[in-house]
Design a protein around this ligand. Structure first.
Ligand code: 6A9
Length: 783
């Protein structure tokens, strides 16, 4: 009975939120408290759309398709790499008031702009301006359809207003947070002039069982029966939304309103959509046409000034095109911020089935709008390093949302898959979050920045709410730190071990360590409790240092944290636990053998016709020499951590080895940045299974290159025997990384998740304007 009781008590704790006062009360993102940030492009997973920072927001968005071929419908809506767009992304976005995005489709380019205007009690108005123009490659001006939509999410009502039988001129609606509102769809005009263009109109008003169904509903409603008949060109048939019958109510008790306005028009064109809040009574004029143009001009001007003031790229001599690239990187980080609401699915050791975490909201940036448009814990620390430079308030809100997700134990789920739309993008095996698992506590890097900002007297006026903010944060940070310290403790005093490594040692060349953030980076070949991990050790040095300094700032007892910091930052302890004299490098330690390889599994297939039909191609791991306790012979990012997180004292001789490995083209150096794993490493560019391509086994990653450039900058400014060497490497590495990312952006239209160490080419998910956007800080030399 006692065991059962304990299990259920522990299970409950896993999904019980931390009891300290929440950093954000339920109203903090409401229109009443935060009207300027109420509406935003907080739907990063769609090419263009807006919602409010509320749990069940009415959402607005855009789908489009070209009317070129009738055989395949290429409807664009959610960001998909499979759409093969030559590029898309925010060129300008200030995180609050406005944004301008360019989307290059096959034959035409869309520019999608939004501008907000405050007034009334519900977050004010906004206007969209969409322009379309022909690409040079197109032989004739394409005819395209834009589908503007509005959808409620279980609460609120929408009413379509139709003129001339088929044209949806406006939608009126009401919802809990928006009150009454009106959305007007103006007619398209030829690009500059105000004259209307010929267009065909269609609409759909129906019910949807969930926001993740919107694309399918539109697709299912399409029909070929319409005719586009301008006086200036040939008439032709086109595809449009027609009718759709929602599934019976009994399967989906809650259905939400869904309204689509389709405009079919030939490029070039310009279209405006106006959202007007019913509570905004003294509106001087409508935000459209020349009023909008003027407003945009002045917003762009102040954006340009603020960007230069903040990052100084022009002053540093970057070309106008490079400055535009920097703006795009920052803007995509800001335009990638989302507001999510829902429940994580979590698993602890105390229950057999995954259970639901409490419902919660998360305001966060995302690594990639196409492939993983959701929150990731350690990514977010890197994101906020950039965002906090631009808008400290955004950072405070994002950090607060994340820390409010902490459970009573001090655990924060690593990957945040909140709500149906987020869930619909994730394969089921990735959904469940384990309560034992950590992820690097990168928020301490951000807190260090926030603390430093406090020290600059010039910043004082804008930062007066920083101290109270840190004070409120503090209890949670203490629990968070204790959670790492206890749950990720290693086998020896003061050593640390990532929990949650892959268990099935037969299947992988090297069992993964997703929790470290470095996924397939080689660790001990046989996961065991004897392991200790040098990257985690260094994260703990960082965390204890910042926590101690915060405690002192707040006048709280800091001795415990300072003690941990003093102990861990002692370079001889670090070396005792992690320096291999034989390898001349910092290493993990564990049950390890180098003699592993993936082999074709031998399966007996009887002779005869079966042989043809049964391709047996499973790879399994073969271990030729038994593992033993020893240092893990991998050289790469993990070996660099004592340098990356500046744990090494400037006079440490170990720096000599590290700087040598860094500059060695046979090891970590490439003309494009530092590769994740030495070219001479046995696991370099090796697959982990037949399905699992190398990931952190050679490719260049920008978060770690940012830390490397930053560390070189640090050591170049500290007296010591390696000061000059660090200064040289700093210049070289910084230039290489900037030049390559910039070149790839020019060539491919995207910023990428990783870069090839042999060609510099972008790889993996794109656009990836999470930590790769740290290139702006590297350009600005802000570390
Ligand atoms: C896969 C596929 C449509 C992997 O940037 C987020 C994380 C990092 O935190 C981590 O360090 N990425 C890095 O190693 C991407 C993780 C994506 C996992 C989900 C599902 C979706 O298919």
């Amino acid at each position: 009975f006692y065991a059962l009781y304990m299990r259920s008590a522990m299970t409950k704790r896993a999904v019980t939120l931390h009891p300290s006062p929440r950093l954000l009360d339920a109203k903090s993102t409401s229109a009443a408290v935060s009207p300027e940030r109420f509406w935003g492009s907080y739907r990063p997973h769609v090419y263009f759309g807006m919602k409010t920072r509320s749990p069940r927001s009415v959402v607005t968005g855009l789908m489009w398709m070209s009317q070129i071929s009738h055989s395949d419908v290429n409807l664009r809506h959610t960001c998909e790499q499979g759409d093969g767009l030559s590029s898309y992304g925010w060129l300008i976005h200030d995180g609050v008031n406005f944004g301008m995005q360019q989307i290059r489709d096959t034959d035409f380019t869309l520019t999608t702009t939004f501008v907000k205007r405050m007034g009334g009690e519900h977050g004010g108005d906004w206007t969209w301006r969409i322009t379309g123009k022909q690409n040079n490659t197109a032989s004739q001006a394409p005819i395209i359809s834009l589908m503007f939509y509005v959808a409620s999410d279980t609460q609120g009502y929408l009413q379509a207003h139709i003129e001339d039988k088929t044209r949806l001129s406006h939608v009126t609606g009401t919802s809990e947070e928006l009150g009454d509102f009106k959305i007007t769809f103006n007619k398209p005009t030829s690009r500059e002039a105000a004259t209307n263009k010929y267009a065909s109109y269609n609409y759909l008003q129906t019910l949807s069982p969930g926001l993740d169904q919107l694309t399918d509903i539109v697709k299912n409603s399409l029909s070929h029966r319409f005719v586009f008949n301008p006086s200036t060109a040939e008439k032709r048939s086109y595809i449009a939304v027609d009718t759709y019958t929602p599934p019976p109510q009994k399967d989906n008790p809650i259905q939400s309103d869904f309204v689509v306005h389709q405009v079919t028009v030939q490029v070039p064109f310009q279209i405006e959509v106006l959202f007007e809040s019913g509570s905004f009574h003294d509106r001087p004029n409508q935000l459209k046409g020349s009023v909008l143009t003027e407003e945009l001009t002045s917003l762009k001007l102040s954006y340009r000034e603020k960007f230069e003031e903040t990052f100084g790229l022009q002053a540093k001599g970057f070309t106008p095109a490079q400055v535009r690239f920097g703006k795009a990187a920052l803007s995509n980080m800001l335009g990638g911020m989302g507001y999510f609401f829902g429940q994580s699915v979590v698993q602890s050791n105390y229950h057999d089935y995954p259970i639901l975490y409490p419902e919660a909201a998360l305001f966060t940036a995302v690594p990639s709008r196409s492939f993983f448009p959701r929150g990731f814990l350690w990514d977010e620390g890197f994101h906020q390093l950039l965002i906090s430079k631009w808008d400290p308030q955004l950072t405070r809100e994002a950090v607060a949302h994340w820390l409010d997700l902490m459970n009573v134990e001090g655990w924060i789920p690593r990957e945040q898959i909140l709500g149906d739309e987020a869930l619909s993008k994730v394969p089921s095996e990735f959904v469940v979050q384990h309560t034992e698992n950590a992820n690097p506590p990168t928020f301490f890097l951000v807190l260090e920045k926030i603390r430093e900002q406090l020290d600059k007297p010039t910043n004082a006026p804008q930062l007066q709410d920083t101290l109270p903010f840190l004070r409120r944060l503090y209890t949670r940070l203490q629990t968070w730190f204790d959670w790492y310290k206890t749950t990720q403790a290693g086998p020896l005093p003061n050593s640390y071990r990532w929990r949650g490594r892959d268990k099935d040692t037969n299947r992988f060349l090297n069992p993964k360590t997703l929790t470290s953030g470095l996924d397939d980076y080689p660790r001990a070949s046989h996961p065991s409790e004897d392991e200790r991990h040098v990257d985690l050790y260094c994260w703990m040095v960082l965390a204890s240092r910042i926590l101690s300094s915060m405690a002192q700032l707040l006048g709280e007892p800091h001795q415990e944290y300072e003690h941990t910091y003093q102990t861990l930052s002692n370079n001889s302890l670090l070396s005792k636990l992690h320096w291999s004299e034989q390898l001349h490098a910092f290493c993990d330690y564990g049950n390890h053998t180098q003699a592993v390889s993936l082999q074709q599994e031998k399966v007996f297939v009887p002779p005869g016709p079966m042989r043809q039909q049964l391709p047996v191609k499973r790879l399994v791991r073969s271990v030729r020499k038994a593992p033993k306790l020893q240092y893990v012979n991998a050289l790469g990012y993990v070996s660099l951590f004592p340098f990356l997180l500046q744990v090494l004292t400037p006079d440490s001789q170990k720096l000599e080895y590290i700087l040598k490995d860094i500059r060695d083209p046979a090891r970590l150096w490439t003309p494009y940045g530092l590769r994740s794993l030495s070219r001479s490493d046995p696991m370099y560019m090796k697959r982990n299974t037949e399905h699992d391509a190398p990931y952190w086994r050679g490719a260049i990653w920008i978060n770690i290159n940012y830390l490397a450039v930053r560390a070189l900058h640090h050591y170049s400014r500290k007296q010591g025997p390696y000061q000059e060497k660090a200064a040289d490497l700093y210049q070289e590495l910084r230039t290489n990384v900037i030049n390559n990312i910039y070149k790839q952006y020019q060539e491919t239209g995207y910023i990428w998740e990783q870069y090839s160490d042999s060609t510099g080419r972008g790889k993996g998910s794109h656009p990836f304007t999470g930590w790769s956007a740290l290139i702006v800080l590297i350009m600005a030399e802000e570390y």
